[in-house]
Design a protein around this ligand. Structure first.
Ligand SMILES: Nc1nc2c(c(=O)[nH]1)N[C@H]1C(S)=C(S)[C@@H](COP(=O)(O)O)O[C@H]1N2
Ligand SMILES: [Mo]
Length: 354
């Protein structure tokens, strides 16, 4: 809970463009569109929907150039998915990696609708020998002095999973510009960077993609020259709605004495969440929270509640932690890496009971 010292103007520049989900929105099963977190590396590209096409090329038998109407002609499919930026939690690392300085709020849950990627790939006819698909966005920027498009790849077998979408709608409306209009990739359970926005090209390739966002960024590395391991699925996390009301500057909470229901949501991209525990004494002891049986499907967060009897006046530190069916559990202490990724250390909420 140390103060992240000296956020620089470079970080503020990013933080003022991108934004997190206010944690009180954990009350909502599906995040209202304008409150879903946002991360845009470069600029929102200008798109003319009428002339826009998705090109499918590379090792395919039929090269495709699909307009929005062509994509809507495939069987539509809907997935409610919790998306989280791999850099969520970065701002608490010490030393702090300089990038978008997320605390805990880089998360949101959307009702995404689109065509299944595998249906589109089937129409293109992916040739044998294909190992990966490379996804290219319309947005361009400079990384380490080199001009780049935002590009990421997926192994073919993952791309064929039924939950993977080419999404053209979010929460019942066309994608808004900031979330990738007219089309984005949606890979449920994977960290945010996988879900390429403003999609313009899908290429089938026979060698692993080595682009900047794959081979350099989004890897767990201990030093700059360490090749590291690629980030993939979202580690478990539980977050609570901070109870009571906030102090404007410190965001510490003010709460009257009595029983309060702590509520929040928990997710994991590896396996279903099986338990959430709450601590009201700064992680000294833990107690089981109640998990709801919400009906949002396998890729969405799960609601939890915990009745806390706030009977002693004074300062309390509340925390929560999630565990999943694969045995992953949130740590109390963060582990550091160069990019500041996958820090799923537990949340601390300071509450003053009066
Ligand atoms: N084309 C493109 N796709 C992108 C990005 C981007 O900058 N450009 N940012 C990625 C990252 S790092 C994240 S966390 C998610 C954020 O998606 P959202 O802004 O819709 O929440 O989009 C991913 N897809
Ligand atoms: Mo991200």
């Amino acid at each position: 809970m140390t103060e992240p010292a000296g956020i620089g103007l470079d970080e503020l520049q990013l933080a003022a463009r991108n934004h997190g989900m206010p944690l009180e929105m954990l009350r909502e099963p599906v995040t209202p569109v304008g409150l879903h977190y946002l991360l845009i590396h470069y600029d929102v590209p200008q798109v003319d929907a009428a002339s826009w096409r998705l090109t499918v090329d590379g090792l395919v038998t039929h090269e495709l150039a699909l307009g929005l109407d062509d994509l809507r002609a495939f069987a539509p499919h809907e997935v409610v998915a919790t998306m989280e930026c791999a850099g969520n939690g970065r701002a608490r690392l010490d030393p702090r990696p300089v990038s978008q300085p997320w605390l805990l709020e880089a998360v949101g849950t959307g009702r995404w609708r689109g065509a299944r990627l595998r249906d589109v790939l089937e129409q293109a006819g992916v040739a044998s020998g294909t190992v990966e698909l490379v996804f290219t966005g319309l947005d361009r920027g400079v990384e380490n002095g080199e001009e780049e498009s935002f590009q990421r790849s997926l192994p073919l077998e993952l791309a064929l999973e039924p939950g993977v979408l080419l999404a053209y709608e979010l929460n019942g409306a066309p994608l808004p510009p900031q979330h990738g209009f007219p089309l984005r990739l949606l890979v449920p359970g994977w960290y945010g960077m996988t879900n390429v926005k403003w999609l313009s090209r899908i290429s089938a390739v026979d060698t692993p993609f080595e682009g900047y966002q794959q081979a350099h960024s989004y890897r767990l590395r201990q030093t700059e020259d360490d090749p590291g391991e690629p980030l993939s699925r979202i580690l478990p996390r539980a977050l609570m709605v901070p109870p009571g009301i906030p102090d404007f500057m410190t965001r510490e909470r003010l709460l009257p004495r009595g029983v309060v229901t702590i509520e929040g949501r928990a997710w994991s991209g590896h396996a279903p969440v099986t338990a959430v525990e709450v601590s009201t004494d700064g992680c000294a002891t833990w107690d089981a929270a109640r998990l709801d049986d919400d009906d949002l499907g396998p890729w969405a967060w799960r609601r939890f509640t915990y009745a806390w009897d706030a009977r002693t006046a004074g300062t309390h530190v509340l925390s929560c932690r999630a565990r999943d069916a694969a045995g992953n559990e949130q740590p109390v202490d963060a582990s550091w890496n160069v990019g500041g990724y996958a820090n799923n250390a537990v949340q601390h909420v300071v509450v003053n009971v009066r």
